[in-house]
Design a protein around this ligand. Structure first.
Ligand SMILES: Cc1ncc(COP(=O)(O)O)c(C=O)c1O
Length: 368
């Protein structure tokens, strides 16, 4: 992982990628280059901007296994889910989500419900195992969408999307992938919507996320929030609005797409691809496993809802006996280890760039 690590400048003890992922040199350079290019345009700047945007969409599509027409840039995970929730306003029925989801996968559904959209069914999952079995009873013939995080932000539990697909084959499967994209192998696969901001594991910075959609998502989601960029012949200013919605994923744009964000995300993807998606995936899981093992060795109580390797991710949470999580986080910070507290637990999220020595320092500091 030396090549991957050489792209970054954060200190070795930074293990907070589930919160924010410092961007790479390549991302910084890509942003500086596009800003410079549009600051001193050779004439009409539109072809340059649109060309860079379309090239970025192709990179994003390749990364999550879809054609460029099936992916668009989003400023945040929430924005993508808002498009989906408001796209189902008139669909009736219900939407099923785990109750403990990060709020990005809650507010869009609640707002849409309040505006007359599908009933929101929030499922209690006390053991943190977001499985098909846990969601099955909430799903019925009226379910129009099931929406889950691929990796839970609080526990690190990784869901089996195929299994969840199987309990609601007719419903749209919506996936918030922000806690996996850039760390683990992620593809749209048999899901219908995959959305992820770029500010965490992807290390692209803010307003640099992606939304990938299936063919049936494109068919079913009414482009309720789409604006002028999201229509056919957007540059035909002779024919008055409204025009019909585009047939590709750019129909989910409220206005001009965030070209800088798209360029940053494409650069971030290239960093992962240069290191190897599988190699990064393995390195992240290696490091989170070491964190978990060493934490147990020094007496921590691990919050580990996973039973098999496929349910693990880059996130590990634990707490030390007789110490508030916030105190543990502060103690680690003094040793140069950056982690977060989430709901009374210490959340550690190392990336492929995290050196093993930093994880050993984490354990030694925990041990006191
Ligand atoms: C699972 C999950 N989804 C989404 C977000 C962030 O949402 P957004 O990109 O809309 O700010 C976070 C941030 O912590 C998260 O953990």
């Amino acid at each position: 992982m030396t090549r991957y690590a050489s792209e970054f400048e954060e200190s070795a003890g930074y293990m907070n990628f589930a919160a924010i992922g410092p961007p790479s040199r390549r991302v910084n350079t890509a942003i500086a280059e596009i800003v410079a290019a549009v600051s001193d345009p050779p004439g009409d700047v539109s072809p340059l901007v649109i060309g860079r945007y379309e090239a970025s969409l192709a990179t994003m599509g390749r990364f999550v296994g879809v054609a460029p027409e099936r992916v668009t840039v989003v400023p945040s995970t929430s924005t993508g889910i808002f498009h989906v929730a408001y796209g189902l306003l008139d669909a009736g029925g219900n939407v099923v989500i785990p109750r403990h989801e990060f709020p990005a996968n809650v507010y869009p559904w609640l707002r849409a419900e309040a505006a007359g959209g599908p009933e929101v069914r929030r499922v209690d999952i006390p053991d943190g195992r977001v499985t098909a079995e846990a969601l099955r009873d909430a799903v019925d013939d009226e379910t129009v969408a099931v929406s889950v995080s691929l990796v839970d932000y609080a526990t690190g539990f990784r869901v089996d999307l195929e299994a969840i697909r199987s309990i609601a084959p007719e419903a749209l499967l919506v996936v918030d992938a922000i806690q996996a994209l850039g760390a683990l192998r992620v593809a749209l696969g048999s899901a219908d919507v995959l959305v992820a901001g770029g500010q965490k594991w992807m290390r692209a910075g803010w307003a640099a996320g992606l939304m990938a959609v299936s063919g049936r998502a494109l068919e079913r989601l009414v482009p309720s929030l789409s604006g002028w960029w999201g229509v056919e012949d957007a540059f035909d200013f002779v024919t008055p609005a409204p025009h019909s919605a585009r047939s590709d994923a750019d129909r989910f744009q409220e206005g001009s797409p965030n070209v800088f964000g798209a360029v940053a995300l494409a650069a971030a993807i290239e960093v992962v691809e240069a290191a190897g998606v599988d190699a990064v995936h393995t390195a992240v899981l290696d490091r989170s496993r070491s964190v978990a093992e060493l934490a147990i060795e020094v007496g921590a109580e691990l919050r580990a809802p996973w039973r098999v390797e496929e349910e693990r991710s880059g996130i590990v949470t634990f707490r030390m006996p007789d110490e508030e999580a916030g105190e543990t986080v502060a103690r680690l910070a003094q040793a140069g280890i950056v982690v977060s507290e989430r709901a009374g637990w210490v959340r550690v999220s190392p990336h492929a760039s995290t050196p093993h020595e930093a994880i050993e320092l984490l354990a030694a500091t925990l041990a006191g």
